[in-house]
Design a protein. Structure first.
Length: 367
């Protein structure tokens, strides 16, 4: 049976909320689309408002932005280019959002951004129903697929063939624990490192306790370092000073939430709806092949573990700050937005940190 190309339990339909159009992304516009956009009434209005509709940055035309980072073509949460010229006139990345795709030896696989309210709320049709239209938008994509003889890097020292990886995915799915996702991901990483070079057993007892302790210790250090970078803590060495977040009491102030920053703690998702959303997030990334895109499998799993840890930390931070019995959907969306945009899916800034995390584990394991 041909494997699913997107997670079957994930749904989506655009809510026309304008969320994706308000993100500070650099949206390139291909030359052939420029003349049509320049003829729109919105293009003329943007100029009258004092903005540059299609500024040139690094030799490429991009969509202009307002001071709040929203697209200058966004009017009442709707795209003026779409309204005046039709869906196909929009830049390709705008046509594709919130979809990601990875072109593999087995075809294209799809996942979605949980920074999108409809995705997080699981509102709309199953993703599979969107694939034909997404593939239509991808026809102009000139990137080549992975070669047939692709070797998937599990770690920097160990690769497997494509069919082997598809089998490994099934094992990884069985590792997930919705009540304790960070622990589940770290245990999966330790087993992958310990068993590298052989068949993966997701239930095998961990033999190297030093490796397990190193993973747990480094996870805390790397995660608070990442939080300190998010917050840009005032210090000549923000990452080093940020390690004080491991202490319950500190003198840090959150730039993101404008409140005293609590010490970092491992949190579990307490609410059923939060567990369900995180499960969909993990499965969407796994089946969508995002966990082998942009780094080794182990590096990306470490990055995901830290992302979920940060998400749960800020979710609890917001809940306590507002004095609520449980976090709201809006707070969950804010937390997903934070880790999706800055860490997991829309940025590779922190990838070297997690690559070094992996190397440290390989060294302890003698790999």
């Amino acid at each position: 049976m041909k494997p699913a190309r997107a997670y079957s339990e994930q749904r989506y339909d655009c809510l026309s909320c304008g969320k994706g159009c308000k993100m500070p992304w650099k949206i390139k516009v291909k030359p052939e689309r420029i003349p049509g956009i320049q003829l729109t009434s919105r293009f003329q209005q943007v100029q009258k408002e004092g903005y540059t509709p299609l500024p040139v940055m690094n030799g490429m035309r991009q969509v202009g932005r307002r001071e709040d980072a929203s697209c200058v073509f966004l009017v009442d949460d709707l795209c003026a280019i779409h309204s005046e010229l039709g869906f196909k006139a929009k830049p390709q990345i705008c046509q594709l959002f919130p979809f990601f795709n990875v072109n593999t030896p087995g075809g294209r696989y799809f996942s979605v951004s949980f920074a999108c309210p409809a995705v997080l709320g699981n509102q709309g049709r199953p993703l599979e129903e969107h694939i034909p239209s997404v593939e239509e938008s991808l026809k102009e994509d000139v990137r080549q697929p992975m070669p047939e003889d692709t070797r998937v890097p599990v770690t920097e020292a160990f690769t497997i063939g494509w069919e082997e990886y598809i089998e490994l995915e099934t094992q990884l799915a069985s590792c997930w624990e919705e009540s304790n996702p960070v622990k589940a991901l770290l245990l999966a990483v330790v087993r992958l490192v310990e068993q590298s070079g052989g068949a993966f057993d997701s239930q095998a007892e961990i033999q190297n306790q030093d490796l397990l302790q190193e993973a747990l210790s480094l996870y805390g250090l790397v995660t608070v370092h990442t939080i300190s970078e998010f917050e840009v803590l005032d210090s000549e060495e923000p990452g080093f000073r940020g390690l004080a977040l491991l202490e319950e009491e500190n003198d840090f102030h959150s730039r993101l939430l404008d409140a005293p920053l609590p010490g970092f703690a491992f949190h579990r998702p307490e609410e059923p709806e939060h567990r369900e959303a995180l499960t969909r997030y993990f499965m969407s990334l796994l089946i969508g092949k995002q966990l082998i895109h942009g780094g080794t499998l182990v590096t990306r799993l470490l990055q995901l573990a830290s992302s979920i840890g940060i998400l749960l930390y800020y979710l609890e931070f917001q809940r306590e700050l507002e004095g609520m019995p449980k976090a709201t959907f809006e707070q969950l969306l804010w937390a997903f937005d934070l880790v999706e945009v800055r860490l997991m899916s829309h940025s590779q800034k922190y990838l070297p940190i997690f690559s070094q995390f992996e190397r440290s584990l390989l060294q302890v394991a003698g790999r």
